[in-house]
Design a protein around this ligand. Sequence first.
Ligand code: URA
Length: 277
Amino acid sequence: MTDSLSRADIVDMLRQHVEAGCTDMLADAPIDHFSTPESVPEAAPAPIMADAAAEAIAAPSSAQPDIAKPEAPAQANAATDADTQALAAAADGLDDLRTAMENFDGCGLKKTAKNTVFCDGVRGAKIMLIGEAPGGDEDREGKPFVGRSGQLLDAMLAAIGVNRAENLYISNIIAWRPPGNRTPSADEIALCKPFIARHIALAKPDILLLVGNISNKTLLETETGITKLRGQWQNYQADGLSIPALPLLHPAYVLRRPETKSDYWQDLCGLKTRLAD
Ligand code: URA
């Protein structure tokens, strides 16, 4: 049968398999889709293949199936925004801030999280990327963006010469995993905002990459959604700072909607141009 297929046909078929997710590992064990949502095993991170950067850009990867999870009830915060404001302001350096956050028990999210996810990457890097909140993999490892969406982010940034080993510093609006990966509540965001504001002030980046809706709405104090804002340079203004900020789609969204990968790539090209200036 292959005698009648051209090389281009075969490559096309392979591409379709990749796009359909045949190369993506979802979990170590088979998933029983008839089980209750609570008993569905956590998805394992997909292995990054040797040419992942090129693949990630050229071919959309398939998203992990959305598994409906019951909303976990919010645990009440035991501290106020004024408490976190005071704690954050008292931190003189990044180590201080990290210790203050690790010792802080006032956020309800911390009760169910395994780790305080503070940062990853290079201190003093010109570029600081800020996401929403840790997911399961990040909570386990104590580092931001190490799961499947982080791998896509890494691959795409690497293609423009940006990586956490050399020139990128990463954190999140919220340092503790919301149970079941639910969206953090307005109260949780308000409580944690002084921490990330202080984190930015101490890290002193030249450029901010704001990833996803929560990151943009919180730090730019805007109601405009990320799909409108993406790719358009903004200014983060706080604590006497004014830092150019590039809103980007969240990589988890790009994984769910592979057709948005070209938008993502276009926005990263805008970043590459700016870095070359
Ligand atoms: N999503 C985020 O916004 N941040 C992480 O660290 C991981 C997933």
